[in-house]
Design a protein around this ligand. Structure first.
Ligand code: VGL
Ligand code: ZN
Length: 200
């Protein structure tokens, strides 16, 4: 069953991009391709209920401290304007699209970015968009469960939203063994309603 959407809820679709969701992508998240259709159905359900639907897109410069080639953690992925950064086909994109990681910023939340040059954290437009729409409850889906979905969900709780993450609609990088379980535990600890595959 899907979350119950209302006009005061929002579906936040995180980073459903070629590099993450396609087995040929440069930072493929295992099983990412299997959640495209279920998320498309969720978008339709949210729309039908009059909920807000917003999208995030990882969108990096060719050189960023986010990439292993520049001292960071990740293979080069989601470079601005590249095919790998495109949202996957099969998802209707009919709401605001927020790009993140576009400069020297790092961080994984759709709500905030950390400027690595200064260490300063600044907010994105996401909470403004949600607040202008009168949103109280958000459902966060997409990729990856142990990075951007987790960070967005936990930030959402801190900002006062009631936050749900259905495990049916996310997949995990599992860079280190146990990351999936640790991410789920961290979200639950923060107050996120993490719905098991069966109950979501
Ligand atoms: C992400 C790793 C690097 C994500 C983005 O969207 O979860 N993960 N950049
Ligand atoms: Zn990234």
């Amino acid at each position: 069953m899907s979350a119950e959407y209302t006009p005061s809820s929002a579906l936040v679709v995180v980073d459903m991009q070629h590099d993450f969701a396609d087995p040929a992508g440069s930072l493929y998240v295992r099983g990412g391709e299997t959640i495209v259709e279920p998320i498309a159905a969720e978008i339709a359900a949210a729309r039908e209920a009059g909920a807000t639907v917003v999208y995030t897109q990882d969108w990096h410069p060719e050189h960023t401290p986010h990439f292993a080639t520049d001292g960071g953690l990740w293979p080069v992925h989601c470079v601005a304007e590249s095919a790998g950064a495109a949202l996957v086909p099969g998802l209707p994109v009919d709401g605001p699209l927020l790009r993140k990681g576009t400069g020297t910023e790092d961080g994984y939340s759709g709500f905030s970015e950390v400027d690595l040059a200064t260490g300063a954290t600044k907010g994105t437009d996401l909470s403004t968009i949600l607040d202008e729409a009168g949103v109280m409850d958000i459902t966060v889906v997409g990729l990856a469960g142990d990075w951007c979905v987790k960070a967005t969900a936990i930030d959402g709780v801190h900002l006062g939203y009631s936050v749900t993450v259905p495990l049916r609609l996310t997949r995990f990088v599992e860079l280190q063994e146990g990351d999936t379980q640790r991410a789920i535990a961290a979200m639950r600890e923060a107050g996120v309603a993490v719905l098991d595959e069966a109950s979501s």
